[in-house]
Design a protein around this ligand. Structure first.
Ligand code: GDP
Ligand code: MN
Length: 381
């Protein structure tokens, strides 16, 4: 689960990491009210889950109520790299002296945690890594040992920050590590971490990805989840516990396994169609999950045909077929379903499907045939 900046800052604050004062606003009036309360100058920041908001015009300084009103009005509804701004974060403006970068994440190949710190913050870290990799101080941390204070000091020394920022940065990094490790995050990133004119060090931006697998032991995360998805279809899918990503095409997709689902999108595209979604129904294909998946796909008015692409592994073909037929019964479908079933006992499964074929259920032997049929039923792109 990715958090918005303001949620990331709230998350950081729980771990005692200093962040600017601010408030969330969904309307221009709310934004101005926060600005008046905080005191000018304030910064009006677009809340979208994509970087580079500054460059896109989604971050503006306001020196008075008129400017706050103007910027809030301009930024709300703005499109930033395909994300519509629906929410703002209004915070006290900062007098920046220097901008740094700090993060913790998993290094899967090293099987260790990786901390990265750089005196060159404020720009994308990928750019720093490409242009001047030596400017990033890295530390590998064994989760069993944790991040000790001496190790943290040494790491910060390597990054050659302004000495005035050293103590504050060490303190923040130790807390950020706790936010990462105890907090069950996959990524915590501060870019920029700033040294302000007044000598304080604090987080000016926040990027946090929580580990969904740990959600069961974090009831407090529920407050983050509510507004996570802006897409009605994705919200429906979340309620049903489905791995769904909404897209813009007309072919609804359901596949078992993320890899197969992605291949299905490619094949549909290859034969002249566009997928309406990505949806991985996972290993089992019981009637419940098929029904839930069909409910979500069927709720999308753009969908003209549905392509179910299942490779039976442990789940046998007959079970998959029975699940599909039973699942379909619970939903009043707006568009026809094409099934490609392969793998364990595929023959038996296909026979069951064929016996139940109607003008709403078609069975095709291969992924390519299935994709072609679905695209034809949908009438192309
Ligand atoms: P991003 O572009 O989406 O990563 O958004 P950030 O929150 O990182 O802001 C981008 C840049 O805007 C920062 O690196 C700063 O240079 C600038 N910025 C953000 N807030 C302030 C502020 O309060 N004062 C000043 N002077 N600059 C700011
Ligand atoms: Mn940033």
């Amino acid at each position: 689960m990715d958090l918005f900046e303001y949620q990331g800052k709230q998350y950081f604050a729980r771990f005692d990491i200093p962040v600017p004062n601010g408030g969330v606003a969904d309307t221009v009036d709310e934004a101005v009210a926060h600005a008046e309360h905080i005191g000018y100058p304030v910064v009006v920041k677009a809340q979208v889950q994509v970087g580079g908001r500054g460059k896109a015009g989604g971050i503006q300084l306001a020196n008075n109520a008129d400017e706050a009103r103007l910027h809030a009005g301009n930024i709300l509804g703005m499109d930033i790299k395909g994300h519509t701004v629906r929410r703002l974060w209004i915070e006290e403006a900062s007098q920046i002296q220097e901008e740094y970068y700090a993060s913790f994440t998993l290094d899967r190949s090293a099987k260790l945690y990786l901390g990265m710190l750089s005196a060159q913050g404020g720009v994308e870290i990928e750019q720093v890594a490409a242009e001047s990799p030596q400017a990033i101080a890295r530390i590998h941390i064994n989760p069993l040992d944790g991040l000790t204070e001496p190790a943290c000091r040494e790491w910060v020394a390597q990054a050659k920050l302004n000495p005035a920022a050293t103590a504050g940065t060490v303190s923040i990094l130790l807390k950020l590590y706790r936010a990462f490790e105890d907090g069950d995050a996959d990524l915590v990133e501060i870019n920029p971490l700033i040294l302000a004119q007044d000598g304080r060090v604090y987080a000016l931006d926040a990027k946090v990805t929580l580990d969904d697998a740990a959600a069961y032991r974090h009831e407090e995360w529920q407050s983050f989840g509510k507004i996570i998805s802006e897409d009605e279809r994705e919200r429906r899918a979340q309620e049903r516990g489905l791995q769904y990503v909404g897209l813009d095409g007309s072919i609804g997709i359901m596949a078992n396994g993320a890899g197969l689902a992605m291949s299905t999108l490619d094949v549909v595209n290859q034969v002249g169609g566009d997928a309406a979604n990505f949806l991985d129904i996972g290993g089992g294909s019981g009637a419940d999950v098929v029904r839930a998946a069909l409910e979500v796909i069927n709720s999308d008015p753009k969908v003209k045909a549905i392509f179910i692409n299942v490779f039976g592994g442990i789940t046998r073909g007959e079970e998959v077929a029975a699940g599909i037929i039973e699942g379909m019964q619970g939903v009043e479908l707006n568009s026809p379903v094409v099934v490609r079933l392969d793998g364990t006992n595929a023959e038996e499964g296909r026979a069951i499907l064929a016996a139940n074929a109607t003008n709403m259920l078609y069975v095709e032997p291969t992924m390519l045939d299935g994709a072609r049929k679905a695209v034809a039923l949908a009438g192309g792109r």
